[in-house]
Design a protein around this ligand. Structure first.
Ligand code: ZN
Length: 343
C-alpha cells in the first residue's frame, strides 16, 4: 500500500503549504509547477515565503503536455531539488506528479480545483496516444487542499469532480464482476472506501448543487479518499471501471472533449443501466448537482458515444468489465441509450 504522509484540508492554508513544502524538501531547493491563474491567485505568495527559507524555482505550465514534461525534466536534471509542488488544476497536477515520479522526488499536491480524483491518487492521466488510459506513479507525499481557493473556481469543476465520484458506483460493480468471472483479487476495504465516495454524492447532491456550506469540503474529502483507495488497492481498480473506459474512449475520439468527470458522470448512467443497477439515482444526482446527465448536455452526439462504447473494451482488454462480458453491438448501444434516457 502507498499512502500520503500528510493530508491537510481546510481554509486559509497558505502558511501550511509553505510548511509542508519545507518538510517535503528537507531543506533542498523546491520546484513549484503552476499555471498562470493559480500562480497569481495563490502560488506567488507561497513561492515568496518559501524563498525566504530555501532556494525556490517557479515553472509556469503553458505548453502541450509532452513539451511540459520535457521542460520540467530538464529543469530537474540541471540542479538537485528536494521536492516538486504542483499548484493548480488537472493539467498542472498531472505533469508535476509525473515529473516528480520520474525524478524520484516527493510530490506535494496543491489543487486549486476539485475536478477529479487525480488530486490525491497514485495515477496520472493519458498523456499521449500511445497511452490511452491512466498509469500508476508514486502516491503524492502530501496533499494540501485549501477550500478558500477551491470554492472560488467555477461550479463546473466541482460538479465534474462529483461525476468522477459517482463513477465509483459502477467501478465497484465491474471489479466485483471481474472477481467472479476472472478470479481477479477484490479488495473489500478499498472498494468500500471508493464506494462511499459515490454514496456521499448521492446523499448530498442537492446541497452540492446549491453550494451549501461544507458540501464543497465533503466533495474534496471524497476525492482524496478515492485517491487513497487506489493507494490501498495498488491500482485504479476501485475507482475506474467500464464508465472510465467509455470516458477514455471519448477523450480519444473528440478533439475538444468535455471534462474528465463530466464524461465519467454520463458514462456512469449508461454503465449503471447495463449493470441493471440504480441508474436513475445516478442521473438525478448529476442533474441536482448541475453537471451533464445526458448526451446533449454533455455535448456529445449519439454516433460518437456509440463509437466510444464499442471501443471501450479494447482500451484495456486486461481490465474485465460488464462491457467485456456483453460485447454490445451498435444497435444494442443505441437501444440502451434510449432506454437509459441518455439520447
Ligand atoms: Zn476518474
Amino acid at each position: 500500500m502507498q499512502l500520503p504522509n500528510i493530508i491537510v484540508i481546510g481554509r486559509g492554508l497558505k502558511d501550511k503549504v509553505v510548511e509542508v513544502a519545507l518538510t517535503a524538501s528537507g531543506g533542498e531547493p523546491v520546484l513549484i509547477v503552476t499555471g498562470k491563474t493559480a500562480y497569481n491567485i495563490y502560488g506567488r505568495s507561497i513561492s515568496e515565503a518559501i524563498g525566504e527559507r530555501t532556494d525556490v524555482e517557479v515553472h509556469l505550465v503553458e505548453a502541450e503536455i509532452s513539451q511540459e514534461l520535457e521542460t520540467i525534466h530538464t529543469i530537474l536534471s540541471k540542479k538537485r531539488f528536494g521536492t516538486v509542488i504542483g499548484i493548480g488544476g488537472g493539467k498542472v497536477i498531472d505533469v508535476s506528479k509525473a515529473s516528480a515520479h520520474e525524478a524520484s522526488l516527493r510530490f506535494v499536491s496543491v489543487p486549486t480545483v476539485a475536478s477529479h480524483d487525480g488530486i490525491a491518487s497514485p495515477m496520472v492521466s493519458a498523456m499521449d496516444s500511445s497511452q490511452p488510459y491512466s498509469r500508476m506513479v508514486n502516491m503524492p507525499f502530501a496533499i494540501v487542499a485549501d477550500i478558500d481557493v477551491i470554492e472560488k473556481a467555477p461550479h463546473r469543476y466541482l460538479a465534474s469532480g462529483c461525476g468522477d465520484l459517482v463513477a465509483k458506483y459502477t467501478a465497484i460493480k465491474d471489479w466485483k464482476l471481474s472477481h467472479k468471472v476472472t478470479g481477479e483479487y477484490f479488495g473489500d476495504y478499498a472498494a468500500s472506501l471508493a464506494y462511499m465516495g459515490a454514496e456521499i454524492i448521492f446523499r448530498n447532491a442537492k446541497k452540492i448543487g446549491k453550494r451549501k456550506q461544507d458540501s464543497i469540503r465533503t466533495v474534496v474529502e471524497a476525492l482524496i479518499s478515492a485517491g487513497v483507495a487506489m493507494g490501498i488497492a495498488g491500482s485504479s481498480r476501485p475507482c475506474s471501471g467500464s464508465e472510465h473506459l467509455i470516458s477514455h474512449a471519448l477523450g480519444r475520439l473528440m478533439e475538444d472533449p468535455p471534462l474528465h468527470g463530466e464524461r465519467c458522470g454520463v458514462s456512469t448512467i449508461f454503465a449503471a443501466f447495463v449493470h441493471k443497477a440504480a441508474w436513475k439515482r445516478v442521473k438525478s444526482a448529476l442533474s441536482s448537482i448541475g453537471t451533464p446527465s445526458n448526451l446533449s448536455e454533455l455535448g456529445v452526439d449519439e454516433q460518437t458515444f456509440v463509437k466510444a462504447v464499442l471501443m471501450a473494451p479494447d482500451i484495456r482488454p486486461d481490465r474485465y468489465t460488464i462491457l467485456h462480458k456483453l460485447r454490445l453491438t451498435e444497435s444494442d448501444v443505441r437501444r440502451l441509450l434510449r432506454e437509459a434516457e441518455l439520447s
